[in-house]
Ligand binder design. Structure first.
Ligand code: FNR
Length: 419
């Protein structure tokens, strides 16, 4: 009701409320490269479309005359009572959207009591983000590095900077075939964007030092992935796209030394990673561990058997596999198999409060928001993120009440009709 009241008093919102208008406003505000990176998906982007289409297969029943004057959006997540079932998904390289990047996102999230998942590829070291919003609830997302020492160091820093849990993202052991990025000759990471967690890390710095000192033949032992080759060819073909004007150039840091870029490419991903390796995370941290990027029900089962503290159903917002299984389609089966034994985080394709209600009704414990908050950040910084998140929460609250319910916990299959 605060949002309506502000509207009546003539206070105009900083960001468009409708999801499509929000995306369009971001497209107009951001540089072509930044928007391509944020909005884009893998291949022909069938998965991005499929994630949305999966929501079309469910509808919410309107149920009047049930006294819904008091409503409670609260849920328990990771042993703590939260005021809402929403969290922010980890988004890397947010300096592309706004110079305040993760700092602005962390502040907006903290002001709304919404947990924030800080990305391994954030634009600021996690300690800086923690200092910017000390009261906020934070999770740290890890991309499992080929360097165990680096993994251990990042997890230790996450604990020391007050993160409540570790989210290990499993679906990016190879970077997806990101067609828009390739076309724009833009590969953020190799240009030194989004690697602040590394460059602020003593283990990473030591790896860079060793590489710089190594004889040339050793130093060239970098794993060259097909994606990196394609990106390099694309850059060569299109010329120096990074020297184009606009916001992107303003946000660009000076190029990293070659040894640092090579070390980044070397440590970023581990296509050889297996379930057995994951057990090491338990030795490295006492924080709860959540596995992100689970889509197959058998993998959810395996995660449960491995004793993880939570699973995060995600197809990375359709950025990894073109024609991936959309996440909402598998949520009911996975929720049934988990039977409440571990919390389920859900993402990919959530754009509004009614989407959140559907995911909760199908078994999610909490729902994570991705691209929409990046659009808010790009348009209006911290205030933009705050408005986007508030709008989703407000729509969820209204949807709950119009469905005749007074608490998020009451959302179940009876609230929905399958189409
Ligand atoms: C991501 N995502 C992501 N995931 C992750 O584990 N670590 C990361 O650094 C990133 N970075 C990232 C950047 C951008 C620009 C996007 C759009 C996405 C995936 C993200 O956490 C989440 O799974 C999806 O964004 C959810 O889909 P929607 O809500 O964007 O459709």
């Amino acid at each position: 009701s605060d949002i309506y009241r502000a509207g009546i008093s003539g206070t105009r919102p900083a960001v468009p409320v409708a999801p499509a208008a929000l995306e369009e406003a971001a497209r107009k505000t951001l540089s072509a490269e930044a928007f391509a990176y944020i909005a884009g998906g893998a291949g022909a982007e069938h998965t991005v479309t499929a994630n949305r289409a999966a929501f079309d297969r469910w509808q919410v029943w309107p149920r009047p005359l049930r006294d819904v004057s008091e409503r409670d959006l609260g849920v328990e997540f990771l042993g703590t009572r939260r005021t809402s079932p929403l969290i922010l998904a980890p988004l890397g390289v947010m300096e592309l959207a706004h110079p305040d990047a993760d700092r602005a996102v962390a502040r907006a999230a903290a002001s709304l009591g919404v947990p924030y998942t800080l990305s391994n590829q954030a634009s600021l070291p996690m300690e800086h983000v923690a200092a910017a919003a000390p009261s906020g609830s934070r999770l740290f997302q890890l991309y499992w590095s080929s360097s165990d020492d680096l993994n251990r160091s990042l997890l230790a820093r996450a604990a020391a900077s007050g993160c409540e849990a570790i989210v290990v993202t499993l679906d990016t052991h190879l970077l997806g075939w990101r067609t828009r990025d390739l076309d724009l000759a833009y590969l953020p990471f190799t240009r030194g964007l989004g690697i602040a967690q590394y460059t602020s890390d003593p283990v990473f710095r030591e790896l860079v030092r060793q590489r710089a000192a190594a004889p040339k033949s050793d130093a060239s032992a970098v794993k060259v992935t097909p994606t990196a080759v394609a990106a390099a060819l694309s850059i060569a073909r299109k010329g120096a796209a990074l020297t184009e004007g606009g916001r992107l150039r303003d946000n660009l840091r000076s190029p990293l030394p070659r040894a640092a870029v090579e070390t980044f490419l070397d440590v970023f991903s581990t296509p050889a990673l297996t379930w057995d390796d994951l057990a090491k995370a338990r030795e490295w941290t006492t924080l709860p561990i959540i596995l992100k990027g689970i889509v197959h029900p058998d993998d959810a089962q395996r995660a449960l058997d491995a004793g993880v503290d939570g699973i995060w159903i995600s197809n990375h917002g359709g950025r990894q596999i073109d024609r991936s299984v959309p996440t909402l389609d598998v949520l009911p089966t996975i929720a049934e198999r988990m039977a409440g034994r571990v919390p389920i985080v859900f993402d990919s394709g959530v754009r509004g409060g009614a989407d959140v209600a559907i995911a909760l009704a199908l078994g999610a414990t909490v729902v994570a928001l991705g691209r929409p908050y990046a659009y808010g950040l790009g348009i209006a910084g911290e205030q933009g993120v705050r408005e986007v998140v508030r709008n989703v929460l407000a729509e969820l609250d209204i949807t709950l009440g119009l469905a005749g319910l007074t608490a998020v916990a009451q959302l179940d299959r009876d609230a929905l009709r399958a189409v």
